[in-house]
Design a protein around this ligand. Structure first.
Ligand SMILES: *[C@@H]1O[C@H](CO)[C@@H](O)[C@H](O)[C@H]1NC(C)=O
Ligand SMILES: *[C@@H]1O[C@H](CO)[C@@H](O)[C@H](O)[C@H]1NC(C)=O
Ligand SMILES: *[C@@H]1O[C@H](CO)[C@@H](O)[C@H](O)[C@H]1NC(C)=O
Ligand SMILES: *[C@@H]1O[C@H](CO)[C@@H](O)[C@H](O)[C@H]1NC(C)=O
Ligand SMILES: *[C@@H]1O[C@H](CO)[C@@H](O)[C@H](O)[C@H]1NC(C)=O
Ligand SMILES: *[C@@H]1O[C@H](CO)[C@@H](O)[C@H](O)[C@H]1NC(C)=O
Ligand SMILES: *[C@@H]1O[C@H](CO)[C@@H](O)[C@H](O)[C@H]1NC(C)=O
Ligand SMILES: *[C@@H]1O[C@H](CO)[C@@H](O)[C@H](O)[C@H]1NC(C)=O
Ligand SMILES: *[C@@H]1O[C@H](CO)[C@@H](O)[C@H](O)[C@H]1NC(C)=O
Ligand SMILES: *[C@@H]1O[C@H](CO)[C@@H](O)[C@H](O)[C@H]1NC(C)=O
Ligand SMILES: *[C@@H]1O[C@H](CO)[C@@H](O)[C@H](O)[C@H]1NC(C)=O
Ligand SMILES: *[C@@H]1O[C@H](CO)[C@@H](O)[C@H](O)[C@H]1NC(C)=O
Length: 499
């Protein structure tokens, strides 16, 4: 038993500490109990006595200061407020006054008691980067004014229940960048007005299904960068006001119906997990999701049931998955989609009509998707199109709203036809670097009268002193070193640079 402790004494006498009746537990330390050790050993009192009970009584008289005592049988009593691990090592005479005193402890051995905390507490209370390693229950019980408590970048490993008891006005709690791996089940149980809860960058593996039950006012929950493998389908069930849930960078393997009846949920970020399957009822019930970010997972198939029920979807990020199959009717479920990211998937199979019906689409990113042919003529509102690193040999589309087109790294060969076939083009940025271009009819590019930025490096083109005459708005050109140097003086109104 690694954390074996032997309880030797429980004094339930009347100890009135700031109007709270407190029970004292004194336990003999018999093995490592990591969370109680500190960087410094601080001795607060020592005296001779043959009686262990006298030593314990003296410790208790020190109200909030005495945390450890060492009693050498029949002789000496030493009282400490903190001890180092090295001091304890192998020492069988040290006793721990258990964590009942409402304080916050620092790694270095010092602590703040509740009165000190009360005196420091402000509406916005910032304890970030202080080496805090323990919050004892009720430590903040009198900090009832505080609305924002920043405990980020500390060294908390466990959150005890009642850690935030009494913080009736707390709206924002930031516990990010600690080493929390464990919650006591009712740590967030008090009737809480908490709206923003940051738990990102901790060591959480598992969340007790009831942990968030009382947070009915929560609007944002950030659990990014933990090690969560499994979620209980009830974990979020009471978060009636939740708007944004961040679960990125965890180890989730499937997307199950975790979000039932969260009617106000608008953003779900579950990218960088290990999700293979999206349960067909994952989003069945009523909700208002507009953004689903599920990139960098292992999804291989998107059928017409995937994301069923997400009727108002505006942004979908499916990039960096392993998509091998997409139902051609999938997009018809999302008439409001404005942004679609599917880069880094093998979409060689994709059918033309997949993009039909995405009337409102403004941003489409299909970088590195093994695409040869694509027809986007129906995307009347498309503004940004990234098609780099595909196998497109011919691109000519009626995309009059387009402002940014990246075709970098496609084998376009020669460019003798308009890239944008509509009369007026709004194109502002064009990337055709590394496109195996040997010849360009520059009048085609000059016809893009709004073009300001052009990337054209890494081709086999020959440019001359006339090439960049006649562009109306061109400002930036990314070009090979040789020409960048050469053209600086020839075309003083254009900034030439290498990428
Ligand atoms: C707390 O202080 C840190 C700097 O120590 C700062 O980065 C952080 O934004 C502050 N938190 C709040 C809530 O103001
Ligand atoms: C311990 O750390 C806290 C928080 O950083 C600091 O306020 C305190 O002065 C330190 N105490 C000692 C004894 O080093
Ligand atoms: C906050 O605590 C103080 C002192 O403990 C008390 O006087 C005050 O009424 C409390 N305020 C609220 C809103 O509960
Ligand atoms: C304490 O936390 C800080 C900030 O997260 C971290 O850099 C540091 O390594 C931690 N120290 C220990 C002893 O865990
Ligand atoms: C929680 O709040 C509700 C309404 O604000 C109130 O009716 C209920 O009694 C509170 N419960 C507790 C345990 O404070
Ligand atoms: C759902 O979202 C839409 C658009 O974001 C918004 O207009 C509507 O009010 C939301 N519905 C609810 C119930 O919040
Ligand atoms: C797609 O929808 C069309 C009509 O909307 C239907 O005829 C066709 O069977 C559907 N295809 C699939 C694979 O569901
Ligand atoms: C992409 O998928 C096609 C079949 O759809 C397959 O023939 C091809 O080898 C795949 N390419 C890569 C790079 O995985
Ligand atoms: C391009 O699309 C516009 C509508 O956005 C349409 O009016 C025009 O006729 C189309 N042009 C060509 C050449 O298809
Ligand atoms: C591309 O243009 C070059 C130079 O005009 C020409 O020699 C070559 O045959 C053309 N290649 C193709 C595939 O049209
Ligand atoms: C450039 O635009 C003009 C007017 O719209 C058109 O007549 C001409 O054919 C275009 N040139 C090229 C090379 O596309
Ligand atoms: C291009 O312009 C530069 C600088 O004006 C000049 O030195 C050079 O001779 C010109 N080259 C040709 C081929 O006209």
């Amino acid at each position: 038993m690694k954390f074996l402790k032997i309880k030797i004494l429980q004094i339930s006498l009347v100890f009135i500490l700031e109007k709270l009746v407190s029970t004292e537990w004194i336990t003999k330390m018999s093995s490592y109990f990591d969370t109680v050790f500190f960087e410094n050993t601080i001795l607060i009192h020592e005296f001779s006595t043959p009686s262990r009970l006298k030593c314990i009584q003296k410790c208790i008289l020190f109200e909030t200061t005495c945390q450890f005592l060492q009693f050498t049988l029949g002789k000496r009593c030493e009282l400490y407020s903190s001890i180092q691990k090295e001091i304890f090592n192998g020492n069988v005479d040290i006793y721990l006054r258990d964590k009942k005193l409402p304080r916050i402890h620092f790694l270095n051995g010092s602590f703040l008691d509740r009165l000190q905390i009360f005196n420091m507490a402000k509406v916005s209370f910032n304890l970030s980067r202080n080496g805090i390693n323990q919050i004892v229950p009720l430590a903040f019980a009198t900090s009832n004014k505080t609305e924002t408590l920043d405990l980020s970048f500390n060294n908390l490993t466990i959150l005890y229940s009642k850690s935030f008891y009494g913080m009736i006005n707390l709206k924002t709690l930031d516990l990010s960048f600690n080493q929390i791996s464990q919650f006591e089940s009712d740590v967030f149980k008090e009737n809480s007005s908490l709206a923003f809860l940051h738990l990102e960058n901790n060591f959480l593996k598992y969340l007790n299904g009831n942990i968030f039950d009382n947070l009915q006012w929560l609007r944002l929950l950030n659990l990014e960068c933990n090690q969560i493998e499994v979620l209980d389908t009830n974990t979020f069930k009471n978060l009636k006001n939740i708007r944004k849930i961040y679960l990125g960078n965890n180890n989730l393997k499937s997307l199950d119906p975790f979000f039932h009846n969260l009617e106000l949920l608008s953003l779900l970020d579950i990218s960088f997990n290990k999700i293979k399957t999206v349960h067909k009822d994952a989003f069945m019930s009523r909700h208002n999701l507009s953004d689903i970010l599920i990139s960098n997972n292992q999804i291989s198939e998107i059928n017409s049931e995937t994301f069923k029920g997400v009727n108002y979807l505006e942004k979908l990020d499916l990039s960096s998955n392993r998509i091998q199959k997409i139902d051609v009717n999938f997009t018809s479920n999302f008439p409001n989609l404005k942004e679609l990211h599917m880069s880094n998937n093998n979409l060689s199979f994709i059918e033309t009509r997949f993009f039909n019906g995405l009337e409102k689409l403004e941003i489409l990113k299909l970088y590195n998707c093994n695409i040869r042919n694509i027809d986007l003529n129906s995307l009347k509102n498309l503004k940004v199109l990234h098609l780099g690193a595909n196998k497109i040999t011919l691109f000519s589309q009626n995309l009059s709203s387009l402002t940014e087109l990246l075709l970098t790294g496609n084998p376009l060969g020669n460019l003798t036809y308009p890239l944008i076939s509509s009369q007026n083009s709004n194109l502002d940025v064009l990337g055709i670097s590394n496109c195996k271009l040997e010849y360009i009819d520059f009048d085609i590019l000059k016809n893009l009268t709004n073009l300001r930025t052009l990337g054209i490096t890494g081709n086999q083109l020959v440019f001359n002193n006339e090439t960049f005459n006649g562009f109306r708005n061109l400002e930036n050109v990314y070009i090979d070193q040789y020409y960048a140097n050469k053209f600086k003086t020839v075309f003083p109104n254009i900034r030439f640079s290498i990428l």
